[in-house]
Write a protein that binds this ligand. Structure first.
Ligand code: NAI
Ligand code: MG
Length: 361
């Protein structure tokens, strides 16, 4: 922390990224003013698919450097289906940043918010409270930009799993399960893979159980990805911390978000060495972009995760408390039905939900 203020780089990106970033900035301003003890110095940078269209680069080298020197990075959403590289893939600088900053642990909490309808009628769905940890720098995504299409006849992408990254990821996983255990969760970590078929996944699972030996008081389990897809839809309340490969985590976290209200409620943190990157899991939502309809909750929860991470990392209690207060304000907005966004069938747009959260602070 420099000059008693955290340096935050904000990259709104594309589509609803701009709208939810505005919401996050407003809530962060409000909560910072309320608490004191810390300040957030924002620097907003261009980046994303439209930036690529206008300038020829998705995020400039200078911006990458500024991101690397920040205390934390807040991303909106990036990508636009019509804007693509020549190989047909999309512009996704958030993926580049995860790799360049070594942000190997993509944490995606899935929590039932009071009175936000869950996809499952079972009353136990109200107790859904799990975290999916998506490895975010290798796995199948290691092939990004490297896959080959041979004579328009055959295509290949190759998965990479390393002991170094997997070991760090599993240590992060087990420590998280341990911290959650102190808050009453079951102390359960589950690795998700396809080790019945692929050597890379058998290696992944082996490293998980090796690391888990250092945490004998935790339950370390394994699950195949296909069975996990089933069980997340059938009994998600039985899981606590789930850790998996990049592509599997990408898919499973959207599935899990669908259980607790959809993409509008799914925050994330990409954690590595330094700095952390915080972003809602959803994309730029071209179907609703520019109309003020986006549910900002996922982004506001991501902003709260940023405050918690900064506070814990720099031992600033007010910052951790501020994170909790934002989360509680969001819960209150929904539990008291103070706002109902369109993705829940209501008519309160981004600004109305944001105002309701600020009032609840
Ligand atoms: P998406 O997450 O943007 O949208 C999927 C569906 O969820 C849409 O119907 C959308 O309206 C809805 N939705 C998403 N966020 C919402 C919110 N906050 N409130 C209400 N409804 C919301 O995924 P899609 O359509 O597959 O991708 C659109 C673009 O975003 C693509 O260019 C894609 O590459 C990019 N993308 C970027 C991500 C990122 O920046 N981390 C993640 C996922 C996709
Ligand atoms: Mg995704």
């Amino acid at each position: 922390m420099k000059n008693s203020a955290f340096r935050i780089v904000a990259v709104p990106g594309d589509g609803i990224g701009l709208e939810v970033m505005k919401a996050a900035r407003a809530v962060l301003d409000a909560v910072t003013a309320k608490f004191g003890g810390f300040a957030l110095d924002f620097q907003e940078l261009p980046g994303g698919a439209h930036c690529y269209r206008h300038t020829g680069t998705a995020i400039s080298e200078e911006s990458f450097t500024v991101c690397g020197q920040a205390d934390a990075i807040l991303f909106g959403a990036m990508g636009w289906p019509d804007i693509r590289y020549a190989d047909g893939t999309e512009i996704a600088p958030q993926l580049d940043l995860r790799v360049r900053l070594g942000l190997y642990a993509g944490a995606r909490p899935i929590r039932a918010i009071p009175r936000v309808p869950t996809a499952l009628a079972d009353p136990r769905a109200q107790g859904i409270d799990l975290v999916i940890l998506r490895e975010s720098t290798e796995g199948m995504f290691a092939s990004r930009g490297r896959g080959e299409v041979i004579d328009d006849r055959e295509a290949r992408d190759t998965q990479v799993i390393t002991r170094a990254t997997s070991g760090r990821l599993f240590d992060f996983t087990l420590k998280l399960a341990d911290r959650r255990r102190a808050r009453g969760r079951p102390g359960l970590a589950t690795v998700v893979d396809k080790s019945n078929v692929f050597r890379s996944f058998a290696f992944f699972r082996k490293i998980f159980h090796q690391r888990a030996q250092d945490f004998p008081h935790l339950q370390a389990r394994h699950h195949y990805i296909d069975a996990m897809a089933l069980d997340l839809a059938r009994r998600p309340w039985d899981f606590d911390v789930i850790v998996t490969e990049n592509l599997f985590g990408d898919i499973l976290s959207d599935l899990a978000a669908g259980l607790v209200g959809g993409m509008g409620f799914d925050p994330s943190a990409d954690i590595g060495d330094d700095p952390g990157l915080f972003q809602s899991c959803h994309g730029s939502a071209p179907d609703i972009a520019g109309r003020g309809l986006a549910n900002p909750t996922a982004m506001l929860l991501s902003a709260a995760m940023m405050l918690e991470w900064l506070g814990e990392r720099h031992s600033i209690d007010q910052c951790v408390v501020a994170a909790r207060v934002v989360e509680q304000a969001i819960d209150r907005v929904f539990s008291d039905r103070r706002a109902c966004p369109p993705d829940l069938g209501g008519t309160d747009g981004t600004a109305a939900v944001t105002r309701a959260v600020i009032t609840a602070l």
